[in-house]
Ligand binder design. Structure first.
Ligand code: CU
Length: 170
């Protein structure tokens, strides 16, 4: 199987290379050579415009990432442990407007810890890996119920690996 894939790849590469060589020899033979200088200027301007557009779109759509883990005496620590197929979260009731740092761990396989608001928007997520304790921080601005989902396929009941956080006003 591997050698068939390799042979097919080489044949397709040879086909692409031969098409490229044919077009290159046609271009150097003089086809459309008289139009080249005018087109070159337009092409360069177009290229610069596309490049600038790309830079502007990339920079303006940047978001602060990664989020720094909150530190300090006012930080509330929440211990999260994932196991096939449930979460153990302590405490599950957390105050609004305070920095919360979730320390996530697993007792078995890799899971994905994520918190969603009631509108279904993803607020935070962290990979939950065997042998590691990962941390992610967040400040909940609104009281209410927040859903916890596993974001890493972890077995047959992965879809059932949900829980809830209750964010309460002080
Ligand atoms: Cu899962």
């Amino acid at each position: 199987m591997q050698s068939t894939i390799l042979l097919t790849t080489f044949l397709l590469m040879a086909a692409v290379a031969s098409i490229f060589l044919v077009s290159l020899s046609a271009a150097s033979a003089g086809d459309g050579a008289e139009k080249a200088p005018k087109l070159e200027g337009v092409r360069l301007k177009f290229f610069i415009a596309i490049l600038l557009l790309g830079v502007v779109v990339s920079v303006s759509s940047l978001r602060p990432w990664p989020k720094a883990v909150a530190a300090g005496s006012d930080v509330i620590h929440v211990k999260v442990t994932g196991s096939q197929w449930s979460w153990e979260i302590a405490p599950k009731e957390i105050p609004v407007g305070k920095p919360i740092t979730f320390s996530v761990a697993t007792t078995d396989v890799t899971h994905g810890f994520s918190v969603y608001d009631d509108g279904g928007h993803l607020l935070i997520q962290s990979q939950v890996m065997p042998g590691y304790i990962n941390q992610v921080s967040y400040i909940f601005e609104k009281p209410g119920k927040y859903r916890v989902f596993c974001m890493e396929y972890c077995g047959v009941a992965h879809h059932d690996m949900t829980d809830e956080l209750l964010v309460v006003a002080q």
